[in-house]
Design a protein around this ligand. Structure first.
Ligand code: PMP
Length: 407
C-alpha cells in the first residue's frame, strides 16, 4: 500500500484503503462461509442477507421513504439512460392509453454532456413521442458551453410530460445544481408541472446522480420518481448501479406493450428487478460486496452529515486554490460562480505547455487522475468521498509550488 499514489480520478476513483484491505479477507472467505465473495452463489444465505444489509445501509443513510424501492443492477448509468425512457413511457401508456404517441413528451434539462447523451437516447428509443429540451445551459453561456446552471425562469416544462430528466452533477463539465433551497442554481422544484394523474404529488422527476450519489443528502428525494447512480465514484467499484424508484414507476411493462408501448428488455424492466429483489439473474456480486463495505464505513464515520461537511470543506479549499491561481494569471475557471460542482473541479492552466507541466509535476509528486475529460481538456480534480483532507493538503502544497514557479 505504500506504493499507492493519491488518485483524483473522475471514475472509477479512489476507495478507502481500509475497505480494500478488508475486502481481501472477503475474497478468501466471505462471511465465514468458507467460500470467497467472487466464488459464492448469489442465492446463498450469506449473500442474500448481505444484499438486505446493503439496501438498508442506503435507505437509512439517505433517508429513503417506504414509498420508494431500492434496486440493484448492472450496466452503469448508460443503461439507465435507456431504462428510464422505456419504463416511464410504459407507465404513461398505462395511465393515459388514450394519448397518441406523438402527443407524449419527455422533458430533458440539459446542463452538460451526460444529460445531453441521455436526451439523445430518449430520442432513439422514444418512437413518435417528443423530446422537449426544457432548457439547454449552452444557450445561457457567453461562450456557448456547459458552464452554468440556467436561471429558473428559463425552464420550459411540458404540461404533462412522461418524465422530467436532469443530471444533478455533470462529471465532465464540473457543473452541479446547488442544494441550498431555492437559490438561483438549485433545481427549480417549485416550477415542476403538476400532472393530471390522481395524485398531483406524483411528479415524474428522474435524476442522474452518478457522480454525486451519497456525497451529501439528496434534496426533495421523496419527490423523485427515479434516482440512479453507478457506484464507481463515491461508493464502490464499477459494475453496480443503484436505482431508487417510487413504486408507482414500477409498472407492468408487458401490459403497457399490449397497449402499444415499446417492449422492454427483461433486465431493463424495473418490475423484473423489484419482483426478484434485484436477483433475477446473477448480479455483480463483488461490486455489491465492496460497496457494502464502503457504506458500512460511511455509517461508522457519521453518515451523510459527516460527508457533507467533509466534501464542503474539500471543495472550498480547492476552489480557494483555483482563485489564488486566477489572481496570479495562471489558472482560469471553466464554470460560472454559483454553478460549481463539489465533486469535479475543472479549470485551465494558462500559458504555453503549462498544462503538461502541471500534470507531469503532479504525477512526479504522487498525484494522478488530474487530466480533464478528453472532450473538454484542461484539469479536473475529482473530490469523491474517499479523497481525504490530507490529500488536499498535498495538492495545496503542490499548487503553491507550481504557482510560484510559473510567476
Ligand atoms: N452519468 C454521469 C453523470 C456520469 O458521470 C457517467 C459516467 N462517468 C455516466 C452517466 C455514465 O455512467 P456509466 O459509465 O456507468 O455508464
Amino acid at each position: 500500500s505504500s506504493s499507492r499514489v493519491i488518485n483524483f480520478g473522475a471514475g472509477p476513483s479512489a476507495l478507502p484503503l481500509s475497505v480494500l484491505e478488508q475486502a481481501t479477507q472477503g475474497l478468501l472467505n466471505f462471511s465465514n462461509s468458507g467460500i470467497g465473495i467472487a466464488e459464492i452463489s448469489h442465492r446463498s444465505k450469506e449473500f442474500t442477507s448481505f444484499v438486505t444489509k446493503l439496501e438498508s445501509l442506503i435507505r437509512t443513510q439517505l433517508d429513503v421513504p417506504p414509498t420508494h424501492s431500492i434496486l440493484f443492477t448492472q450496466g452503469g448509468g448508460s443503461n439507465q439512460f435507456s431504462a428510464v425512457v422505456l419504463n416511464m413511457l410504459a407507465r404513461y401508456k398505462l395511465l393515459h392509453p388514450e394519448v397518441k404517441d406523438e402527443d407524449i413528451s419527455m422533458d430533458y434539462v440539459v446542463t452538460g454532456s451526460w444529460s445531453k447523451k441521455a436526451a439523445e437516447e430518449a430520442r432513439r428509443l422514444g418512437g413518435k413521442s417528443k423530446v422537449n429540451i426544457t432548457v439547454d445551459s449552452r444557450d445561457h453561456s457567453a461562450s456557448k458551453v456547459f458552464d452554468n446552471i440556467p436561471p429558473h425562469e428559463s425552464y420550459k416544462f411540458s404540461q404533462d410530460p412522461a418524465l422530467i430528466y436532469y443530471c444533478e452533477n455533470e462529471t465532465v463539465d464540473g457543473v452541479e445544481f446547488s442544494h441550498e433551497g431555492n437559490s438561483a442554481s438549485s433545481f427549480p422544484y417549485h416550477l415542476l408541472p403538476k400532472s393530471k394523474e390522481e395524485s398531483p404529488a406524483l411528479i415524474p422527476l428522474v435524476a442522474d446522480y452518478s457522480s454525486s450519489f451519497m456525497c451529501r443528502p439528496i434534496p426533495r428525494l421523496a419527490d423523485h420518481a427515479i434516482i440512479y447512480a453507478g457506484a464507481q465514484k463515491n461508493i464502490g467499484p464499477a459494475g453496480l448501479t443503484v436505482i431508487i424508484v417510487r413504486q408507482d414507476c414500477i409498472v407492468d411493462v408487458d401490459a403497457a406493450a399490449k397497449l402499444g408501448a415499446s417492449p422492454v428488455p427483461i433486465m431493463l424492466s424495473y418490475k423484473t428487478l423489484a419482483d426478484s429483489k434485484s436477483l433475477y439473474n446473477t448480479p455483480s456480486v463483488f461490486a455489491m460486496y465492496l460497496t457494502g463495505l464502503v457504506l458500512e464505513r460511511m455509517k461508522e464515520k457519521g453518515g451523510l452529515k459527516y460527508y457533507e461537511e467533509l466534501n464542503r470543506k474539500k471543495a472550498e479549499r480547492v476552489y480557494g486554490l483555483l482563485k489564488e491561481g486566477e489572481e496570479k494569471g495562471v489558472f482560469k475557471r471553466k464554470v460560472n460562480a454559483g454553478s460549481e460542482s463539489w465533486m469535479n473541479v475543472v479549470f485551465d492552466v494558462l500559458g504555453e505547455g503549462a498544462e503538461k507541466r502541471f500534470l507531469d509535476g503532479a504525477e512526479k509528486d504522487g498525484m494522478k487522475g488530474l487530466k480533464g475529460h478528453r472532450s473538454v481538456g484542461g484539469i479536473r480534480v475529482s473530490l469523491y468521498n474517499a479523497v481525504t483532507e490530507e490529500d488536499i493538503d498535498h495538492l495545496e502544497k503542490y499548487i503553491h509550488q507550481f504557482l510560484q514557479a510559473e510567476t
